[in-house]
Ligand binder design. Structure first.
Ligand code: SAM
Ligand code: SF4
Length: 341
């Protein structure tokens, strides 16, 4: 046993800038039950045929190899809308059973739009899901219908209640802020987060919308967001770890709030994330223009060493950063729902 272990390839997912990658985001489907304007078109996006999706066995295999051999310690399931994938708790159970070489379980999280989460929360919690982020861009029903093109705000709010009741280690709320669309709700959303005991993470609008309507003028910057919240609820900064969010504590003790400033304060220098799309393409950056197909080698019988070598080689070639807003920026051809946010 000792001999076999020593023959296995162990690799750190480290790139030429010295960044070590520990966070794997797995998209489990490209489908969605909403059509957020900043992500998907109203219609016309073709779903992947079922046989193109990685099976649960295939997802588990890739995750296992990367956790056991390549230093991945946290996994987030995303999509599309991950809860649209049938039997999601069964996948969570498989991933919750993974162990790092030092015997630790992975930090297992989910990002969801919350629409069906009231029905799934306790089952996912029991299956071993540790943390959940639920997207909430507005508290106004009419605006939700415009933004998500579906009348589902009540279900999302029920999903948030269910998440809080299910006892996850942490519940966070993701809000994409767009100028002239929902930026007048920043303080209301922060206030809602304080009330339900969830950290709201305001996200700068990124050029990943399927309609390609993104424009720098629609981005509400981190500085503006923080100023608006601090004017109502005084804040103090929390020292930054490698997380992408700049986080703040409410001075009155009512919790924390964060901003993910991918556009104005890009956190590429400390990025530790890699991604796997629903059809098994590995991406070393959210904005990567090239992908590594893992499904092909997997289905052709690649062994674990070959998979580790493919992934480590791809990460080694990761670029310095995405350069949004600069002339060099190249927009990925896929939208956020197809990549996995
Ligand atoms: N469907 C789930 C959801 O909405 O939470 C998970 C997938 S979604 C692609 C993941 C996250 O990406 C969500 O928080 C969503 O708001 C965010 N997102 C999508 N398009 C974005 C964009 N153009 N700019 C910034 N964030 C975006
Ligand atoms: Fe669906 Fe999430 Fe994209 Fe909205 S952001 S369309 S909920 S995948």
């Amino acid at each position: 046993m000792v001999l076999r272990r020593s023959l296995h390839t162990m690799a750190s997912l480290v790139d030429s800038f010295g960044r070590v990658h520990r966070d794997l985001r797995i998209s489990v489907t490209d489908r969605c039950n909403l059509r957020c304007t900043y992500c998907m078109p109203a219609d016309g996006l073709e779903w992947l045929p079922r046989e193109e999706l990685l099976t649960f066995e295939e997802i588990e295999r890739i995750a296992r190899v990367l956790v056991e051999r390549a230093g991945i310690t946290s996994i987030r399931l995303t999509g599309g809308e991950p809860t649209m994938r049938a039997n999601l708790p069964a996948l969570v159970e498989r991933l919750a059973a993974l162990r790092t070489p030092s015997g630790l379980s992975v930090d297992l999280a989910l990002t969801t739009n919350g629409v069906t989460f009231d029905r799934l929360a306790s089952e996912l919690r029991s299956a071993g899901l540790g943390r959940v982020n639920i997207s909430l861009d507005t508290l106004r029903r009419d605006r939700f219908i415009q933004l998500a093109r579906r009348d589902e705000l009540d279900h999302v709010l029920a999903g948030i209640d269910a998440a809080v009741a299910a006892g996850f280690e942490r519940v966070k709320l993701n809000a994409v802020v767009m100028r002239g669309v929902n930026d007048d709700e920043v303080v209301d959303l922060a206030s809602f987060g304080r009330t339900v005991g969830a950290e709201v993470r305001f996200i700068e609008f990124m050029p990943l919308d399927a309609q390609r309507a993104w424009d720098l003028s629609a981005v509400v910057t981190q500085d503006e967001i923080v100023d608006r919240i601090a004017a109502r609820f005084p804040l103090e900064p929390i020292p930054r770890d490698h997380a992408p969010a700049e986080r703040f504590r409410y001075r009155d003790g009512a919790g924390t709030v964060g901003v993910i400033a991918s556009v104005t304060h890009a956190f590429c220098a400390s990025c530790d994330r890699v991604r796997l799309s629903a059809e098994g393409r590995f991406r070393n950056c959210l904005f990567a223009v090239e992908e590594l197909d893992l499904r092909g080698p997997l289905r052709a019988g690649a062994d674990d060493d070959e998979l580790v070598a493919l992934v480590a080689g791809n990460v080694a070639r990761k670029w310095a950063g995405h350069q949004i807003g600069q002339v060099q920026f190249i927009r990925p051809t896929r939208s956020m729902s197809q990549i996995g946010g």
